[in-house]
Ligand binder design. Sequence first.
Ligand SMILES: Cc1cc2nc3c(=O)[nH]c(=O)nc-3n(C[C@H](O)[C@H](O)[C@H](O)COP(=O)(O)O)c2cc1C
Length: 226
Amino acid sequence: MRPKSRKDTTVGGGQPHRDAKITAPNVPSDIGTKIVAFAASNSKKSINKRLAIHAASQIAKAAVEVLDLNDYEMPIYSVEREEAMGIPEQALEFKDRLRWADGIIISFAEYNSTYSSAFKNIFDWISRIDRNIWENKPMLLMSTSPGERGGRTVLDFAVGSFEYMGASTITDFSLPMFSRNFSEEHGIVDIDLKDTFSEKLHKFVSSIENGRAGHRTDDALGQLAR
Ligand SMILES: Cc1cc2nc3c(=O)[nH]c(=O)nc-3n(C[C@H](O)[C@H](O)[C@H](O)COP(=O)(O)O)c2cc1C
């Protein structure tokens, strides 16, 4: 049983979540592209969070909400808990944020070749709200790690499964050896990786624009920050 009532936490209409990082605060949300970005990690020093924020920051005229999985900590999912307590408020709030967005950016931490427990728990809970987990939204799925594979295993797994879980389109990018290939000042420093990243980001923004066809005449593709 779900809670009978809950506060409306939808952040559409320009009302950001308390932890929102809005990169373009003066752009009304009916004009700016609404992006939800998060790392699938609960590490306070998450390198994936840095990558997710970087990607979102490259989309001009975007209202960006960065989620922190620590704000959505819930009991470990179990069928019995769901029967006893319904869907936790945090899962409903998380889902509201996905609904608000025009596009979703996730960067995955790879833990033992799969999702972090923090992400998996949220994922399991929100899958009980609606099987259309990703709300028919375009998704930019990324991963990074200190190693050479850049979290490619977990990323490939997410890409292969999210298409059956309500992602309208999926664009993916993996950044190997984070500390060598990323700097706060310059973003992705390796030229080839940077080119690939830009191409993928354009594709993601293009998917959002196609989904919002007719909503505005200016093309965010031409607006991508260089
Ligand atoms: C429990 C645990 C398991 C890990 N397993 C993997 C792994 O399978 N593959 C990998 O590339 N890195 C692995 N790592 C290293 C992570 O890639 C690294 O900690 C990275 O910083 C995690 O991303 P985050 O900083 O965004 O949380 C693991 C780290 C931990 C703590």
